[in-house]
Design a protein around this ligand. Structure first.
Ligand SMILES: Cc1ncc(C[n+]2csc(CCOP(=O)(O)OP(=O)(O)O)c2C)c(N)n1
Ligand SMILES: [Mg+2]
Length: 359
């Protein structure tokens, strides 16, 4: 993985467990964070097997290795906070509370899926949980995240939008247009760069000049970096900037350093741009679930027995989501044009003119 030259102090990473936001966690809440990370990992592993069995078509971008980022960030959400991300979106969906059944059904293309089987892996949505997807155009979700923040401010709410992107997305022009408006209009948005070191098969050092989050300085925005393998650090860092966003409507760019163990999409070759040793080294020394597990064992929050129980329950839940997806109906032909344009679904309220579909 390419090295970044981070000039920022890392003292906060030394003991993020002592940050107030982590100190105030109850034993049950810590177990819940751990359980959510474990559920993401088991869901992803099970969906990979289903993909290999040809039950899932299209792409499948797994979140394995990055669990502490989505769970850490989403665990801080209040009722007026919103989340939007790219196509690597299963982890965030579980982190905001979406069930495995509607996720697996979506992967299978079934009508009971979270997007009625019409979105697939890259387009998980749960507006009722303030989760706005699931977007396939690299960086395309970032202006939309600024729109969410604009809505929050316009309505006078004390919320914030978290707009997630990868390390490759930072080079998209639309991201810079979004930064500009967020800073100009002082919108409550946190741009979260999940830096897993690669965009497809291109390492950060081959694609990006300078330090990623520091680009915020050009827009007079706050920025920071943090270790994304440690959920306490993610929470401590994000809490600070979420509070500034909610209370002072201040935007920020946060780079969270993480790693993905699987190929970009599971159908992609994974041995051409990085070594097996590199992946193994991350697994052995930085795995976010192992890290948190060790912490919680030391804190006497978990025991070997409870870890096993949580793991088995997550596996069983993933397995039963497969059964649910298998048993679910396919979307119908009649349904194909529904949920595409709001105007088509609500003709009596339509105010625009023009044709919505091609003949
Ligand atoms: C505008 C656009 N260009 C190219 C692609 C093809 N593409 C899909 S994912 C990806 C890499 C993005 O990497 P990164 O932002 O680091 O996210 P990660 O996959 O690591 O989560 C590319 C180039 C695309 N989907 N959209
Ligand atoms: Mg990346």
């Amino acid at each position: 993985m390419s090295k970044t030259t981070n000039a920022k102090p890392k003292a906060k990473e030394a003991d993020s467990a002592s940050a107030a936001i982590n100190q105030q966690l109850s034993k049950e809440q810590k177990i819940e964070l751990f359980r959510t990370m474990m559920r993401i990992r088991r869901f992803e592993e099970r969906s990979l097997r289903a993909y290999q069995a040809k039950k899932i078509g299209g792409f499948l971008h797994l979140y394995i290795g990055q669990e502490a980022v989505a769970v850490g960030c989403c665990s801080l959400m209040g009722k007026d906070d919103h989340v939007i991300t790219a196509y690597r979106d299963h982890g965030h969906a579980i982190a905001v509370g979406m069930g495995m059944n509607e996720q697996m059904a979506e992967l299978f293309g079934k009508a009971t899926g979270c997007s009625k089987g019409k979105g697939g892996s890259m387009h998980f949505f749960a507006p009722d949980r303030n989760y706005w997807g699931g977007h396939g155009i690299v960086g395309g979700q970032i202006p939309l995240g600024v729109g969410l923040a604009y809505g929050i401010k316009y309505k006078g709410l004390k919320g914030a939008a978290m707009a997630f992107m990868g390390d490759g997305a930072v080079n998209q022009g639309a991201v810079h247009e979004a930064y500009n408006l967020a800073a100009l209009w002082q919108l409550p948005v946190i741009f979260v760069i999940e830096n897993n070191g690669y965009s497809m098969g291109t390492s950060q050092s081959r694609s990006s000049a300078g330090e990623l989050a520091k680009r915020a300085e050009g827009y007079n925005m706050a920025w920071d970096t943090c270790d994304g393998h440690d959920i306490y650090t993610v929470r401590a860092t994000m809490d600070k900037y979420l509070k500034l966003a909610r209370e002072k409507s201040a935007p920020a760019v946060i780079e969270v350093r993480t790693y993905r163990y699987r190929g970009h999409s599971v159908a992609d070759p994974d041995n051409t741009y990085r070594t097996k040793d590199e992946v193994e080294e991350y697994r052995r020394t930085k795995d976010p679930i192992q890290n948190f597990q060790s912490r919680l064992l030391a804190e006497k929050v978990l025991t070997e027995a409870t870890i096993k129980e949580i793991d088995q329950a997550a596996r069983a839940e993933a397995e039963s989501s497969i059964e649910f997806a298998e048993a679910s109906p396919w979307p119908t032909v009649e349904d194909i044009q529904r949920d595409v344009y709001w105007e088509a679904d609500n003709p009596s309220k339509r105010t625009s003119a023009g044709r919505l579909f091609f003949d």
